[in-house]
Design a protein around this ligand. Structure first.
Ligand code: ZN
Length: 273
């Protein structure tokens, strides 16, 4: 499943061919993904120029000069391909730019989505209205976390997965950030000291930035050779490493997997306290 770094690298890859370009042709090859494509999608995009690209949480944003933004979510299996060798049955939306590039949104399991939103109203769009700050933006600070955790006895891990507190964090990167911060996923959120909240904010940012940089360095223009965007090999410290040695220097503990509120939590009970 694409996490925030994959969405970010997808957006950067799409920007290399889409930004500043007109969309000359739009093909919608089926009525829906998770929900129907907007009825006017082809009409709204055909002839529009892409004025900018962005990301909010795990949504990609394609802004156009018609004050409408195409908002896409990759769901479980979605990916964009640039100039694919052929168009397959899972290429549900195909865009062609004025200078001849073809971009295909491929989603075999169809848990993704595509929406059109009036650009000035993006922040108020229902899926965005309640989101907390971006983890890579200026809003994720120790003070923000401290305020969000105040009086909360819930486990810190569960609050970090709450999109109203930090937008776009998934299970993998929460596990990684907690290990890097030396914090138990089970700690009551309100028990974090200011120094711990500071370290957590820094490690969340660092682990995401490292993953995005890894995507940029292993791919060319964020693309695989076949033109597909977004997915790349990661090395995780604790995620999916049950039974392995904890990578924290001098720790000597082992990574455990436990189920916490229905999700796998990977952590080291020796150095995460
Ligand atoms: Zn450890």
């Amino acid at each position: 499943m694409p996490e925030l770094p994959e969405v970010e690298t997808t957006v950067r890859g799409l920007a290399t061919v889409l930004e500043g370009q007109a969309i000359a042709r739009v093909r919608v090859n089926r009525p829906d993904l998770r929900r129907p494509f907007p009825a006017d999608l082809a009409q709204a995009l055909t002839g529009a120029r892409v004025t900018g690209m962005g990301r909010r949480a795990k949504y990609g944003l394609v802004h156009t000069d018609r004050d409408r933004t195409m908002v896409f979510h990759l769901g479980m299996s979605g990916r964009w391909r640039i100039d694919p060798a052929d168009i397959g049955k899972h290429d549900h939306l195909v865009l062609e730019t004025g200078n001849g590039h073809v971009l295909a949104l491929n989603d075999a399991r169809r848990f993704g989505s595509v929406d059109l939103v009036d650009t000035p109203l993006l922040e108020a769009w229902p899926a965005f209205a309640a989101l907390g700050p971006e983890p890579l933006g200026a809003g994720l600070t120790a003070a923000h976390l401290a305020a969000a955790f105040r009086d909360r006895i819930a486990a810190v891990k569960l609050l970090l997965l709450d999109q109203r507190i930090v937008a776009g964090l998934g299970n993998i990167y929460v596990c990684e950030a907690l290990n890097r911060s030396g914090l138990s996923p089970y700690r009551a959120a309100r028990s974090l000291k200011p120094k711990e909240a500071m370290r957590l904010a820094n490690e969340i940012r660092a682990v995401l930035e490292e993953a995005i940089a890894a995507g940029g360095s292993t791919l060319r223009d964020f693309r695989h050779e076949d033109g597909s965007l977004g997915y790349f090999q990661h090395t995780f410290r604790v995620y999916d490493r049950e039974g392995e040695a904890c990578p924290t220097p001098g720790c000597g503990g082992a990574i455990e997997r436990q189920v916490q509120s229905g999700r796998s939590t990977f952590f080291c009970a020796t150095c995460q306290t």
